[in-house]
Design a protein around this ligand. Sequence first.
Ligand SMILES: NC(=O)c1ccc[n+]([C@@H]2O[C@H](COP(=O)([O-])OP(=O)(O)OC[C@H]3O[C@@H](n4cnc5c(N)ncnc54)[C@H](OP(=O)(O)O)[C@@H]3O)[C@@H](O)[C@H]2O)c1
Length: 265
Amino acid sequence: MKNLKIAIIGCGNLGLSIVNGLLETEGFNANNLYVTKRHPESLFYLKPQGIEVTSDNKYAAQEADMVILGVKPYNIPHILKEIAPVLSPEKQTIISLATGVTLEDMYQHLPNEIGVFRAMPNIAADIKESITCICGKNGSTETENHIKALFNSIGISIVIEEHLMEAATVLGACGIAYVLRFMRAMTQGGIQIGFDAQTANAIVNQTVKGAAELIIKKGIHPEAAIDKVTTPKGCTIVGLNEMEHHGFSAAMVKGVLASYEKIEK
Ligand SMILES: NC(=O)c1ccc[n+]([C@@H]2O[C@H](COP(=O)([O-])OP(=O)(O)OC[C@H]3O[C@@H](n4cnc5c(N)ncnc54)[C@H](OP(=O)(O)O)[C@@H]3O)[C@@H](O)[C@H]2O)c1
């Protein structure tokens, strides 16, 4: 990946997270990075590090081996039409971050032989803790490995079938918001039982981080960890059962389904 040239067409929130991740990746050469926006002035601070900042999408795409599309889904067709004339299947691979734009949609505007991938990261990319789901067509194993390495620089990545990309959006990208809403509710409970907001927040943040890291590092199912906390007739099981009586798990599953149905429409 060291010598690959990467263009990020439409370097907004997510694009910048990728830039930040790459800049912290050992051996990555910032001179190999091209970022674009229609109004690129806000990215000029990246120039001293060697990154090329421009509004010229065609130029950036032509120079790059990996062309990442960070624009909104509705911008994808005209961006593809704009850059298609400078793309060659022997050189470039396209990687779209856009929600709901299929590989087939993109091939409407691209040569059939070119490698096209979709990647669905989340906003934790900003701190190199994203989960990125990837699918693609026409990429060699080497290209796939480069793409995985690229997204591993902002967290971890997994390759999935394209028909699961919308489900990946819900679980991975929308999922961050579900967890944050859960944390807000827990903090509110903490305030009601006596903590000031800041202390409640600090306790909740570390508790959620600890819970996630515990099951990741031990490789166990959440329920196995829950069993260790729920003393018979104790306060934890009473609290958990009360939450379930009010539809806690059902509300989460229904929310996941509602987000999924919204994307499917
Ligand atoms: N945010 C998330 O959690 C998340 C997660 C997974 C996937 N996604 C997907 O990632 C994509 C980007 O999301 P985002 O949150 O990063 O959006 P964003 O912050 O709005 O970034 C989009 C960027 O595209 C630029 N742009 C628009 N038209 C352009 C053009 N013709 N040429 C070059 N640049 C152009 C905009 O800058 P100018 O106006 O200056 O051109 C803007 O900076 C979306 O497709 C979204 O579906 C987002």
